[in-house]
Design a protein around this ligand. Structure first.
Ligand code: PMP
Length: 420
């Protein structure tokens, strides 16, 4: 029934063998927050520090040259991973959050002013909301949100209507919601936005780990993601931008490395990509991220996506059948490996804390999507998020544990008072 054998890959991830504080074997279902790293990534970073680490671009000695070669090789690897036309369209940023802030500060300040609109969806992560609120405060532009329909998605008609009504300068949306799991049609929406003369930024933080990305086929203007969700290190992420846009943008962070010349009266910028990489970059992290993308490519992103749809769909369906459980998100056809839910009589935090005693790691809260939760009339959900190394046995453990916890916390008819 499955398109990938998770057990074949589990030995690559030493951490998956852990037991938790309760003594139960770990079922790590918190991958939307951060995934785990395979030996290939840990080894690539260790090798960097053990054998050739030095600062990049700055010295003419053996280690510096080796480090620089590996760092730039990583950029070429990532460019291939996302299908970029040019290697210098890949900028290493600290993560999704830093990449979006860079676009907001650099492209946003240069291109938006009073009366302009930025269009978002209500399902955005705070990282794709707050930088635009701040831009609105600085420039006087407005931020508008596309609402979800009763299927937890947004139809093309609603997008077209908003593009006509608001004439936005930028449409910034997530390819895949970290709370609902819903996947939005990036190619179609990008094409609709372009027809309306609008620039597109795609938050691929939850897509890059789980599906193949081809920025040229999608025709997106900016696309961002984080290393730590694609089996790579923390402290690194990717800002992809079309060369013409990046070339025209002023730098955001400034200092060493991003200049061509500095004088007592001013400076001139380096060319791409250095212009957007001020200071010492995350060198071992870039090398680790490259190892991660090579690893995911070897597993196969199409197989990963298909498998997570099966596994997530299986858990979704079984949880829906438990009395008192409500799934917050679309039916499995519209999403992949994320299943968020609320349970009558059991607060999300109690649910996740009790699941931990079963060895099951999930997340509870608003998942940095407060406007989304508010629009759904919720303050918190419990979220199980699967990756290709999770098994159907782990899904079964989750389903059984939720069933037991629901019975224990809310015995028939008598509901426990909710903590706010
Ligand atoms: N966007 C989405 C959809 C996310 O899921 C996350 C991480 N939860 C972010 C942005 C922010 O990523 P980071 O914290 O790595 O900057």
């Amino acid at each position: 029934r499955v398109s990938l054998d998770a057990n074949r890959y589990r030995p690559d991830f030493p951490i998956l063998d852990r037991v938790t504080s309760s003594g139960a074997p770990l079922a790590f279902l918190d991958n939307a927050a951060s995934s785990q790293r395979p030996n290939a990534v840990i080894d690539a970073m260790t090798q960097c520090y053990r054998q050739y680490y030095a600062n990049v671009h700055r010295g003419i000695h053996t280690l510096s040259e080796e480090s620089t070669d590996r760092y730039e090789q990583a950029r070429r690897g990532i460019a291939k991973f996302v299908g970029a036309a040019e290697t210098h369209e890949v900028i290493f940023a600290a993560g999704t959050t830093a990449a979006i802030n860079t676009v907001a500060r650099s492209w946003g300040d240069a291109n938006l002013s009073t009366g302009d609109t930025i269009l978002l969806t209500i399902a955005e992560h705070h990282a794709n909301i707050v930088p635009w609120h701040q831009l609105a405060e600085r420039t006087g532009c407005k931020v508008e949100f596309l609402p979800l329909d009763e299927n937890f998605t947004i139809t093309d008609d609603v997008v077209v209507d908003a593009l006509e009504r608001f004439q936005p300068k930028l449409f910034a949306f997530t390819a895949s919601s970290n709370t609902l799991g819903v996947e939005f049609p990036v190619q179609r929406w990008t094409s609709l936005a372009h027809q309306a003369g609008c620039t597109v930024l795609v938050d691929a933080a939850q897509a890059a780990p789980h599906q193949a990305i081809d920025v040229q086929a999608l025709d997106v203007d900016f696309l961002v993601f984080s290393g730590h969700k694609v089996c790579g290190p923390t402290g690194i992420g990717v800002l992809y931008g079309k060369a013409a846009l990046l070339d025209a943008m002023p730098p955001f962070l400034s200092g060493g490395g991003m200049i061509n010349e500095v004088t007592t009266s001013g400076f001139s910028c380096a060319a791409l990509p250095d212009k957007f990489e001020a200071g010492t970059p995350p060198i071992a992290e870039a090398i680790g991220l490259h190892a991660a993308t090579e690893y995911l490519t070897s597993v196969g992103l199409d197989a990963i996506h298909a498998y997570e749809k099966e596994l997530g769909g299986y858990a979704d369906q079984a949880l829906r059948e438990i009395d008192g459980v409500r799934i917050i998100g679309p039916t499995p056809e519209l999403k992949a490996g994320i299943v968020s839910f609320v349970v009558d009589g059991v607060h999300a935090h109690d649910m996740s804390q009790t699941l931990d005693t079963y060895g099951i790691a999930v997340r509870a809260g608003h998942h940095c999507t407060m406007p989304l939760h508010k629009s759904l009339g919720l303050s918190a959900t419990t979220r199980a998020s699967f990756y290709f190394y999770n098994t159907f046995e782990e899904a079964d453990r989750l389903i059984q544990a939720v069933r037991e916890i629901r019975t224990r916390f809310a015995p028939s008819g008598r509901k426990r008072r909710r903590r706010s």
